[in-house]
Structures are given as C-alpha cells and as structure tokens.
Ligand binder design. Sequence first.
Ligand SMILES: *Cc1c(COP(=O)(O)O)cnc(C)c1O
Length: 424
Amino acid sequence: MTTQYKKTTIGSHRLKAESLMMGYGYDPQLSEGSIKCPNFQTSTFVFKSASEGKDFFDVVSGRRQLKDGEQAGLVYSRFNNPTIEIAENRIALWDNAQECAITGSGMSAISTVLMALSQPGDVIVYSEPIYGGSDTLINGILSQFGIKAVGFMSNGGLNALENAIETAQQLGTISVILVETPDNPTNNLVDIAGCKALAVKAATKQCKQPVLAIDNTMLGPVWQRPLEHGADLCLYSLTKYVGGHSDLIGGSCSGSKELIAKIRKMRNSIGTTMDSNTAWLILRSLETLKIRMKAATEGAQQVVEFLNQHEKVKRIDYPGLLTEDNPQYAVYQKQCSGAGSTFSFEVEGGQEAAFAVLDKLQLIKLAVSLGGTESLAQHPAAMTHSGVAKERREEIGITDGLIRISIGIEDPEDLIADLANALA
Ligand SMILES: *Cc1c(COP(=O)(O)O)cnc(C)c1O
C-alpha cells in the first residue's frame, strides 16, 4: 500500500522531483503535525519489546530481507534514522533510483562503494583527471589492500576506456568503473551509455560485470541523471551543489535495491554514515536545489559570454561552448540538460597573471570547493591539482594560467564587474 506521503502521482500525472522535495516520505501525523521533518537528533531508538528488537536487528544486519512495502525498524543511528532515511528517499527521486544511501562525505560515499564492491586482486578502472581525494584513495589507500587501478583520460573518449579495460583485465577482475563526467577542472565529458556498453562487453571476459559508478557532483542531479543512461550507481559529494550553501559535508550513492543493500552493509559496518543534523540540512537544501542550480547556470552563461570576448582570456573549458565539430558535443546533447556553473578559463601570462586576477577579486571569494550560493575561484595547478606532476598537468590542460571558477547565485552583472576589474 502506498501511503499518502509516498505518492508520486496525481491520477495519471507524474509529479517532478522538485515538487516532492517539500513533503515526500514524511508523515506529519507521526510528529505532532509538524510541517517540517524534525531533526531526529538521537543515537538510539526504544524497542516496544525484546522480540521486536531481535527482529529489527535481523533486518539491519541482513539476516532477514524486508517484505515488499515493509519499512526497516529503527535501531541505532549508525544504521538508520528517520531524518536520514527521508533525505535518502528524496535523493533517490532526483536520481530516478530504487534506493539511495547517504554518507558523511563525498569521499566516504566513494570509499564505501569501492570497498563494498572490490576484493583483493580486483582492479578499479577510473577516468582522469579525477577528484584528488579519489586519486589518493584509489592509488594510495586501496592499493594497501591489494586492490589495483588503471586510469584512462576522459578526453580520450571510449577508445581510451576500452584500452584501459584491456590492460586492467590482464591484472585481474574489474570490480568498478568509476567515471567523473564532466571532469574537473577541464570539463571533458565521457559518454555514460558508451561506458555501460563497454562494461557489458568486459563481462564476457570475467566472472562478474564491472559496476559502472558515475561521480555526478558537477552537474547532478538537475542537469545530468546517469542512471537514465545506463549507469549502475550515481554518486555525489553533497557538500557541493546539493548541500549548496558551503556549510556542510556529505555524500550519497543511488542505484538498485540490490547494489545499495551491499553498500549500506559496508557503510553500517565501517561507520561512514551521515549524522541527522547534516541530513536535516540536506532536506532544507533539496527544496531549493533546482532554483539554485538554474540561477547559478544562467549566471555562469553570462559570465562565460563576457570572458569569451575578453582579450586576456585564452581558453574557456565550459560544456555550453562546445560546437558541433567537437565529438563531445554529441555526448553533451545526449546526456546533459544544462552546462552547470563550474568551469575553468586560462589567462595570458601564466601563474603570475592568474594569481594577480585571483588576488584582485572582491565579490568572488578565493577558495576551493564549488557549488555553493557564493562564487568561488581558485588556481588548480597551485591548489586542487598541485599533487599532479607538472608535466602531466600541462598534458591534460591544467596550465599555470588556468583559473577555476564556481558561479553562485549573485547577480551576474556584479560578477562580471568583479572579473572585469580583476582582469584589467
Ligand atoms: C568534492 C568532491 C568530492 C569529495 O567530496 P567531499 O564531500 O569533500 O568528501 C568527490 N568528487 C568530486 C567531483 C568533488 O567535487
């Protein structure tokens, strides 16, 4: 039976995620009629009886499967908590997923997924450039547990992935193909449906099909929904656009019931769960997610137009500027519905010139991170990507004159004035 607060349709009309963010999954009658879901700031839950406690434990530890429509009983907030579960249900709606598991950070989502799905001897295939934390995790931490890794360049297209799969299969079984699209900071796109086809093909040469996991932090869930293009898992750093106010750290992973059950089991054991207070902030953020991402993207488009005509700007990496002659244009048309608001541009004059621009900005703050209401700018070569060897950086376009910017929801004309002044 679908209860009123879990309805996603009116008659035959299907409601959109943005309309469901204000109420889905929450029954006010269970909380004194409170219109808003409370923050269930509690570590543990009282059982009605010993046998109920036993049964609830059987469910959270996976000894008993839930019947259709049955809800897991509440035990302890490392396993489950109403505020967290409602946030998970709402993110699953955005991703068009059966289930979602939220975690304490984007990195804990990625590490929990890779650990849940890999065994010693397995190989992870990943796109490059990848988020620095993911790179350290894959090459510096998981390697300690006998999990190997092979990278491929995201600007190398599906050929690069196919070659990496071949190399990886000589080393072992591929457990996960982890792809960031668009990549950061150069905004190259990887064809998600094409990756899935290669994962299916790879399965003919090994005992299990590699799980295709997309880190959707940069465009999702408003401008890109990887599960609709064949991905098995959709991951977020909720710290960025979804949280959206630069005031929390969080992560999530959406996918099928079966995969998320495995990921939850790992999360509940190693304790990468989110706390209820952060989950409550996520619920607040999800209500305005679409209008924030829309406003930021519209602002970014205006800023890009300005920079594109500026004589001191050599290059801009922004999906909205792709032209039909670029093979990535077709990928953009197929899997993205918007270009987002984080992009990079290169100024003439290398690091000295780039630093001078960054130091002159007044409205735009000089900080790493992205996806917040305020605009942020940083220097990838000296900051987020300083761990990448200089030669490699040049090869992948992270030059010394490159500045990454995340446009927030300020008035675009004010942002342009700030940039015009800094560039002058
Ligand atoms: C920030 C980020 C992460 C890591 O998320 P945290 O919340 O900082 O742990 C992972 N992937 C991408 C693309 C990111 O931008």
